[in-house]
Design a binder for this molecule. Structure first.
Ligand code: DGL
Length: 275
């Protein structure tokens, strides 16, 4: 790839399913001239209940697939894969790879005043303790309280945001965190920003809710400029965004149309086990 080709090459963004669209949406907002190839592993979601070895293997396959699309950088939009696979795939592939945990942790460290941060995530993310490790590397005196909220994922996938069950599940998981004096809380799973207003209403306005997506998009912007890889938009395209999944393309497409600020006309299916 020459320099011009590299600038107009797409960014690969992946997640275990639909949740990473919240990160892709933020990248599209902050970097409107960049082309994005999104992959959602809809055949194998959820990652949050799987082992580290499996999550690394899935991430490797997806990165190999994205590389066939000549991506110039990769964003692991999935918190679980960022927590459990980022170090392994960074060692293995010679392409810039960003995760969401470091940007999310940094935003929370900046947001907290009393040095008490809550983290909500999947079982795998919470068990990895990665948010706590990264926060302590930035600010050792911060207290971190992590809580796994696995049922939030299927509730979002089923479009249950306004359902009474969702309110009950929020209370069930977050009651113990609400009774602490944290003043910042990381939505440490791609799906949770889609419940943000409900979570914020329950946690109250003294707690700042941190969505790692914005900070991740800003880190990506910085990286592209530092590496002289930013697209200046002169490659005016019909559509800057392509969507791939490993299963259930139509369900994904419909969901994507509720999240993305533009029409998603097609979603392509990939046999990801081949990569
Ligand atoms: N994308 C995952 C995450 O951000 C949530 C869904 C899953 O468990 O795969 O952690």
């Amino acid at each position: 790839m020459n320099i011009e080709e590299r600038k107009t090459a797409p960014i690969g963004v992946f997640d275990s399913g639909v949740g990473g669209l919240t990160v892709a949406r933020e990248i599209a907002r902050q970097l409107p001239d960049e082309n994005i190839i999104y992959f959602g592993d809809t055949a194998r979601v959820p990652y949050g209940s799987k082992s580290q070895n499996t999550i690394i293997r899935f991430s490797e396959q997806i990165i190999r697939f994205l590389r066939t699309k000549q991506v110039k950088a990769i964003v692991i939009a999935c918190n679980t894969a960022s927590a459990l696979a980022l170090d392994a795939v960074r060692d293995e592939f010679d392409i810039p790879i960003l995760g969401v945990v470091i940007p999310g942790a940094r935003a929370a460290v900046e947001a907290t005043r009393n040095k008490k941060i809550g983290v909500a995530g999947t079982d795998a993310t919470v068990q990895s303790g990665m948010y706590t490790k990264v926060i302590h590397a930035m600010a050792p005196d911060v207290t971190v309280i992590e809580k796994a909220c696995p049922l939030f994922v299927p509730l979002v996938e089923e479009g249950f945001k306004e359902h009474i069950v969702t309110q009950e599940v929020i209370e069930y998981y977050l009651e113990s965190m609400r009774s602490t004096d944290i003043d910042a809380m990381i939505l440490g799973c791609t799906h949770y920003p889609l419940l943000r207003s409900k979570i914020r209403d329950y946690m109250g306005d003294k707690i700042q809710i941190v969505n790692p997506a914005y900070e991740t998009a800003m880190d990506l912007k910085k990286l592209l400029h530092e590496m002289d890889m930013a697209n200046d938009g002169s490659d005016a395209r019909h559509s800057r965004y392509s969507f791939y999944v490993s299963d259930a393309a139509e369900k994904f497409r419909k969901f994507a149309n509720t999240v993305m600020p533009f029409d998603v006309p097609t979603t392509n299916v990939v046999n990801i086990e081949e990569y």
